[in-house]
Design a binder for this molecule. Structure first.
Ligand code: S3P
Length: 173
């Protein structure tokens, strides 16, 4: 096992595999793992969709920033998977870059659409999921480029994607 004290943040568009890959990565690294969306839902006591409907996206983004800042302090040395929009705020990007090794998971538009368009749990894709995903993909085309390292998950299994991240961490030692 590699010796590592650095926190790892996984960022990426919805459907790039952040949750699954973060679990595998934490298993392989023998460290703790937390998901910012799960932590937000635990705090608000309802689903993110319900929170969006009741409070709106701006309130969610504020909460997301607070939760992310807290997790970066609490989960030092762990793996943190973030929501697809956590990268939109400059404040969040700066915080992640300063306090973690940021890994962006990427995938082709068609893979992302196939993985997300029938999922009713994502408020930003409610209704015509495909059209909404395409619009957001366009708007966020470069939103994940700030990361220290990127993995294209399209042609990889989640295990292979996690292994690619471990290999990069080893190479950096
Ligand atoms: C969002 C992505 C979601 C969740 C919320 C907003 C986004 O997380 O945070 O619905 O703006 O891309 P996942 O990327 O885990 O689906």
């Amino acid at each position: 096992m590699i010796q590592r004290s650095e926190t790892i943040c996984l960022v990426g568009f919805m459907g790039t595999g952040k949750s699954t890959i973060s679990k595998l990565l934490a298993e392989q690294l023998g460290c703790r793992r937390v998901d910012s969306d799960e932590e937000i839902e635990r705090r608000i006591g309802c689903s993110i969709s319900a929170y969006f409907a009741a409070e709106g996206e701006a309130a969610f983004r504020k909460l997301e920033s607070e939760v992310l800042a807290g997790l970066l302090q609490e989960y030092t040395g762990g793996v943190i998977s973030t929501g697809g929009g956590a990268v939109l705020a400059e404040y969040n990007r700066a915080l992640m870059l300063a306090n973690s090794f940021v890994v962006a998971l990427k995938a082709t538009d068609s893979d992302i659409i196939a993985r997300t368009s029938h999922d009713a749990t994502r408020p930003l894709l409610a209704g015509d999921g495909k059209q909404k995903a395409l619009r957001l993909l366009e708007a966020r085309r470069h939103a994940y480029d700030f990361a220290h390292f990127s993995v294209d998950t399209s042609s990889l299994t989640p295990e292979q994607a996690a292994a690619a991240i471990v290999a990069e961490l080893e190479a950096r030692q």
